[in-house]
Design a protein around this ligand. Structure first.
Ligand code: GBH
Length: 466
């Protein structure tokens, strides 16, 4: 393996790996789990490539001891996983399912016994279907039920889980789910998508309170954060029109989350971005303070830059919350992954510096996801020589080190993903794992990138201890 130089991160920096429940667990009908909006979406013809679903996925629900052993061998400090709300509360509220909680109990025990810190995400897109039937994220009651769920989980796991992530990428849950329609529930709406965004923020705030209350009641430490996917937005030209397009896109992707979370109000160009769609009818005056609670950290998922230009608006009658007069343009002259995403490590540095300058109040950052999907062809020797992924990880960790050197307070990095898994609407053929999964035999095979990352973590620790 060619590892010219390994990126150097500061002492105390945390290394981890990440996964999400619906993408790896399988066992969709076992252990009393209720259906989620992703079960429904996957069963709707034409939604997911080849009609695939998370029904079996990596069968992590049964094979978690093997996966924890892989993490231990990898030598990471922390493991970021998500808890499936419909396993804990099959209809999203009311009666707790003891079997569901018991699974996470066993998982957390195994992770701790391996000497790894468990970092739990409460919501990685698997809303209980019963709550969707009552309006889902479009209605306020879903945020209240989320808080109840947060309390149940914190009371049970809070003796071992110290770091909590309330939501993963609420941008995708709100806008890809309710406006683009490429994620569950798969609708194309205007104001209801903006209401979903607001109720996700509210859910975060209410849950943050519950997590801290639970910790205080039990006399335990707790750190609360949220994971966002802010975009590095680059104008296609230096025209004033494209600059205005970037400004609106910044609001749709970044400011609509960061302004309420860090500053207690929505961005001032809300009306310029959404017009009458952002009527605020779903907001109540005390929500701002609930949302803007102090954050112990913010999680950032980064994969690629997005280049955009001005575009005409569709008819008012068909306009959704993502129709803001902006269109994406291809990024030329760089390699693209199997997701069709351009590989531009410098823009990772740029994004972090941009956020750091724009939000002086930004709390410490954890990179909660970064990685790449590659066509990992197993070699004759039985190994997977994924040198493109090794280069991606190395170059992005260097870009991260550059951002830290320039003053951004980043405390940790979680590679996406430990395992090849169910890549949402793309199904199983997009592979992000540092461990290959054979979906017929469910055999796990560490790729070269796994060995490289292991070496990276080892050399970091040696520097720290040595
Ligand atoms: C993350 O999402 C997720 O947290 C993780 O579960 C996932 O496996 C991983 O990254 C890799 O994709 O608006 O129709 O063009 C990635 C964020 C990127 C999801 C862009 C939605 C846009 C869909 N996403 N994508 S669309």
């Amino acid at each position: 393996m060619t590892t010219p130089e390994l990126p150097v991160l500061p002492p105390g920096f945390l290394f981890g790996a990440a996964t999400a429940a619906y993408q790896i667990e399988g066992a969709a009908d076992e252990g009393g789990r209720g259906p989620s909006i992703w079960d429904t979406y996957c069963r709707t013809p034409g939604r997911v490539a080849r009609g695939e679903s998370g029904d079996v996925a990596c069968d992590h629900y049964h094979r978690y001891p093997e996966d924890v052993a892989l993490l231990q061998e990898l030598g990471v400090d922390a493991y970021r996983f998500s808890i499936a709300w419909p396993r804990v509360l099959p209809t999203g509220k009311g009666e707790v399912n003891p079997e569901g909680l018991a699974f996470y109990d066993r998982l957390v025990d195994a992770v701790c016994e391996a000497g790894i810190e468990p970092v739990a995400t409460l919501y990685h897109w698997d809303l209980p279907q019963a709550l969707e039937d009552e309006g889902g994220w479009r209605v306020r009651s879903t945020a209240e039920h989320f808080a109840e769920y947060a309390r149940v989980v914190a009371d049970r796991l809070g003796d071992r889980v110290r770091r909590w992530i309330t939501l993963n990428e609420p941008h995708c849950a709100a806008f890809v789910g309710h406006a683009v329609g490429r994620h569950a529930p798969g609708t194309r709406e205007g104001t209801p998508a903006l209401a979903a965004a607001h109720h996700l923020l509210l859910a975060h705030g209410l849950a943050a309170r519950e997590l801290r209350d639970s910790a205080a009641r039990h006399g335990r430490p707790a750190e609360v954060g949220i994971t966002l996917n802010p975009e590095r937005l680059v104008p296609a030209t230096d025209s004033a029109e494209d600059a205005a397009a970037v400004d609106r896109a910044e609001t749709l992707h970044n400011r609509v989350w960061l302004d309420p979370l860090l500053r207690g109000h929505y961005p001032e160009n809300e009306a310029a971005t959404w017009g009458p769609m952002a009527d605020g009818s779903y907001r109540s005056p005390e929500d701002a303070a609930t949302i803007a609670q102090p954050l112990d950290f913010v999680g950032i998922n980064y994969y690629r830059p997005v280049h955009v230009r001005h575009a005409p608006l569709p008819d008012a009658a068909t306009r959704t919350a993502v129709d803001i007069g902006v269109e994406q343009v291809p990024v030329e002259g760089v390699r693209h992954t199997t997701m069709g995403w351009p590989v531009v490590p410098e823009s990772f540095t740029d994004l972090l510096l941009h956020l750091h300058r724009q939000y002086p109040e930004l709390p410490p950052v954890h990179i909660t996801e970064n990685g790449s999907a590659e066509p990992d062809v197993p070699a004759a020797d039985g190994r997977v020589h994924d040198e493109d992924r090794v280069a991606y990880l190395r170059d992005h960790l260097s870009a991260l080190a550059d951002a830290i050197a320039a003053g951004v307070d980043v405390r940790g990095y979680f590679v996406w993903s430990l395992l090849d898994n169910f890549e949402w609407a793309y199904g199983y053929d997009r592979r992000f794992g540092i461990v290959a999964v054979d979906y017929e035999t469910l055999t796990r095979t560490p790729k070269d990138s796994y060995h490289w990352y292991r070496e990276m973590v080892r050399s970091h620790r040696e520097r720290r201890d040595g």
